[in-house]
Design a binder for this molecule. Structure first.
Ligand SMILES: C[S@@+](CC[C@H](N)C(=O)[O-])C[C@H]1O[C@@H](n2cnc3c(N)ncnc32)[C@H](O)[C@@H]1O
Length: 280
């Protein structure tokens, strides 16, 4: 017997949003896409990301640093049939790398429309890259328990309503020994640092939209001690990898220190679902 809910294809992509989720997701996306448009977010050459083909250039310069860490941890060929989920994948630029590295990869996002949503990834599919796409929200992931070997949360965890719940759910979805990689997530050591960033972002988004943002709380940060506790409580062992600081990053940190502001902390966290083994 079915559940009585019909799921549809949107832009040819399985759309797993519940009818009750749709209107709020669409309203959030209207605001999200308007902000990103105002910030000049653009992908011109999907296959070349994160090295070329993305704007703003400074943003992608920054994303390259964490990508190198992700590559180091994921490009080692996985066992045949290993499953990777890229949650909050946007245009699925990283999903296509996961597929290239040998995973059966799936991109998951609520944003489906081009240019920044999942169907923005069509050029990769047309170029023969083999990965799946599913429209779903990070807070209600439609996957069975113990079915994934790798989950990537790349610049997406803080969009969750309940990051602790997401980490618990990811732990269930992973097979024993499976890994979650959390990257490019704005982490602050102090509430003061995070709130100060949040106020600056609010002003920036208000200027971009020409009105007060409605979904400001979705563009947020996470406290270091909270994130570590969520991972420990969910049964992960983890290590923190600092991407190599380039000149731009050093300049960013220095500028913030001079302004007596806490710079954001953006390490890559590699966590493994405990199975008695050590994290390598
Ligand atoms: C900063 S972008 C990161 C995209 C991609 N992971 C990357 O590394 O470039 C954040 C992504 O999270 C998605 N997102 C926001 N809220 C979400 C939600 N509730 N569930 C799933 N994805 C969400 C956005 O649509 C967007 O694609």
């Amino acid at each position: 017997m079915g559940c009585g809910i019909e799921f549809r294809l949107t832009h040819g992509i399985p759309d797993m949003l519940l009818p009750t989720e749709r209107s709020e997701v669409e309203a959030f996306l209207t605001e999200y896409n308007a902000i990103r448009r105002a910030q000049g977010w653009e992908v011109t050459e999907l296959e070349k990301l994160p090295y070329e083909g993305g704007a703003p250039a400074a943003y992608w310069r920054f994303r390259r640093r964490s990508f190198e860490v992700i590559r180091e941890h994921c490009a080692v060929p996985p066992a045949p049939g290993s499953v990777a989920l890229d949650i909050g994948a946007g245009v699925a630029w990283l999903t296509r790398w996961l597929a290239e590295w040998g995973y059966e990869a799936t991109a998951i996002d609520v944003n489906i429309a081009p240019p920044l949503g999942l169907s923005g990834g069509n050029p990769c599919i047309r170029a023969g890259r083999a990965f799946n796409r599913v429209r779903a929200g990070i807070d209600r992931l439609p996957f069975d328990d113990a079915t994934a070997d790798l989950v990537v949360l790349n610049a997406s965890l803080t969009y969750a309503r309940d990051p602790a719940g997401v980490i618990r759910r990811v732990q269930e979805i992973l097979r024993p020994g499976g890994r979650v990689i959390i990257a490019d997530t704005p982490i602050y050591r102090t509430l003061k640092g995070g709130e100060s960033m949040s106020r600056r972002l609010y002003r920036h988004h208000r200027r971009a939209l020409g009105r007060a943002p409605i979904y400001h709380e979705r563009f947020t940060y996470i406290l270091k001690q909270s994130l570590f506790r969520y991972l420990e409580d969910a049964g992960f062992e983890f290590k923190v990898v600092e991407p190599a600081p380039d000149l731009w990053w050093r300049f960013y940190v220095l500028r913030n220190r001079l302004a007596l502001r806490e710079p954001v902390w953006m390490p890559v966290i590699v966590a493994r679902k405990r199975d008695g083994g050590r994290l390598r």
